[in-house]
Write a protein that binds this ligand. Structure first.
Ligand code: OOG
Ligand code: NI
Length: 484
């Protein structure tokens, strides 16, 4: 039996090999990423704090885009076979000035042990065909008719996927067949693209054309993880690969690495065959697929995330005031004034998620451990270890989408958008969409409980347990519809 995690690791490896043959600059990106990671690991004894070199070297995220609820459900079935669950809801329709008519989730492992074995994740976007800001009724009907005629995932693949999910793995021959079919489902199709149809959709949105203008799906990008993204950025430029202008996410600074920093190289011309209006088949090119790279830091709690969002807003405000300033410089200034500079303060302030262990050098003079987390850390009872952020950032995702769009597309802001949230997405998927904060919090709470048990810190355990069960304030209602 090939267990789930081996299927996942093999799938990630094979998809990466396939993408390397399709987008050669991705191979350059992997080479440079490997160089930088080896150097950082040699020079910095703390390099493994957010994941060992073995995990980081194999680590990838992919991005795919599908057209219909049925296709999304089927993708979820394939990923379920790989132990990847939908986590988080991202609405990118309002997150950028360009037309990005999609809502998204990320499929990924959720258990710490599974993440440690292989953390492969796929950011998966669903085209919102009913959204009147982008598609009028006529175009929606033709788009949905086109999508209903195509098959992204063959029935044999879905049957094997369901079995792999049920049985937590597959026998070797079945595993081989499953992996072959699963990788093939994400390979760029040689089938000619209908030129007029693609162009009609591209006028509305380049993303809509990439999804609904072709008869198959494909990997949009595949992203390795790097331990020093600034060094990588410079080195890619030295190799002659043009990167987008910015690194998305938190600025470079000498405080703790938090959340996610990402950058990409621009989409490159790829040869495609086209069916022309007169029926002839010609060769042309499209630019949609690119390479992205990311650095990951500690996962932030809701409070930490609110702080992050406030710092982003403050950076925007200052940039709007001073049009000449560089975003990185302004952001660093804002961060230095507004974000804790030490990891310890993220733990004691409960701004980020950690696991805890009894400290080797804890007090042994008969004193009782204090009943609060800050006291336990500050007085040397516990040590904290950061939990890696495994998810995405809507603003960065929108930035990545936007930077690689050829045209702005069109969006009629006077119209109302179709409402989507994680509940609607769960209903479409027929699977729960997990809340990332709850996953991190559960891991932290379990680690803390164990550590306190080991310390015999019963007061602290009781105090923290009552806090954990206290009701959380409910989130503010999501506002939908006409964007400002
Ligand atoms: C997905 C963009 C989001 C990321 O890393 O934030 C993403 C896409 O372009 O389909 O992959
Ligand atoms: Ni990405």
């Amino acid at each position: 039996m090939i267990p789930t995690w081996r299927l996942r690791a093999a799938f990630a490896r094979r998809l990466s090999a396939l993408y390397g043959t399709e987008v050669p600059a991705y191979t350059t990106l992997l080479d440079v990423t490997g160089e930088v990671n080896d150097e950082v690991a040699r020079r910095n004894p703390d390099a493994g704090r957010l994941g060992g070199l073995e995990r980081v070297t194999a680590e990838r995220h992919g991005a795919i885009r599908v057209g219909t609820p049925r296709e999304l459900r089927q993708a979820a079935q394939v990923f379920a076979a790989l132990g990847m669950r939908p986590v988080g809801f991202y609405d990118l329709r309002d997150a950028t000035g360009s037309a990005v008519p999609v809502v998204s989730t990320a499929f990924r492992p959720v258990e710490p042990g599974e993440l440690a074995r292989n953390p492969f994740r796929v950011f998966t976007s669903l085209l919102t065909t009913a959204d009147r800001r982008f598609f009028d009724a006529g175009l929606q009907a033709r788009l949905e008719a086109f999508l209903s005629r195509r098959t992204l995932f063959p029935p044999e693949l879905l049957t094997l996927a369901a079995r792999a999910e049920r049985e937590h793995g597959l026998a070797p021959e079945e595993a081989e067949r499953f992996l072959t079919l699963a990788v093939a489902a994400f390979k760029l199709s040689p089938e000619p693209v209908d030129r007029a149809w693609y162009a009609e959709l591209a006028r509305v949105s380049a993303v809509a054309a990439d999804i609904g203008g072709v008869t198959r799906t494909h990997v949009n990008h595949l992203t390795p993880r790097v331990l020093d993204i600034d060094a990588l950025y410079r080195r890619m430029a030295d190799r002659g690969v043009t990167m987008i202008d910015e690194i998305q996410g938190p600025p470079r600074w000498d405080g703790p690495d938090v959340l996610l920093r990402q950058t990409s190289f621009r989409a490159l011309d790829e040869l495609r065959r086209f069916r022309e209006p007169d029926g002839s088949v010609t060769t042309g090119s499209l630019r949609v697929r690119f390479g992205e790279v990311e650095a990951r830091g500690v996962a932030l709690s809701r409070a930490g995330r609110a702080r992050y969002d406030a710092l982003c807003a403050e950076t925007d405000r200052r940039l709007a005031e001073d049009g000449r300033a560089a975003r990185q410089d302004v952001a660093r200034e804002v961060w230095e004034a507004g974000f804790p500079r030490e990891e310890r303060l993220l733990a004691t302030g409960e701004l980020a998620f950690f696991t805890f262990r009894p400290a080797a050098a804890r007090p042994r003079d008969g004193r009782r451990p204090p009943a609060d987390l800050a006291g336990l850390l500050d007085h040397g009872w516990l040590t904290a270890h950061p939990i890696v952020y495994e998810d995405f950032l809507p603003r960065s995702a929108a930035g990545i989408f936007r930077s690689n769009l050829t045209g702005q597309g069109t969006r009629d802001a006077a119209r109302t958008g179709t409402p989507y949230d994680e509940h609607r997405l769960s209903a479409i998927l027929e699977r729960p969409v997990h809340d990332p904060f709850e996953i991190y919090a559960a891991q932290q709470d379990a680690a803390l409980r164990h550590a306190l048990e080991a310390l015999g810190a019963d007061d602290a355990r009781r105090a923290l347990a009552s806090r954990a069960t206290a009701p959380r304030p409910s989130p503010p209602p999501r506002t939908e519809g006409a964007a400002p």
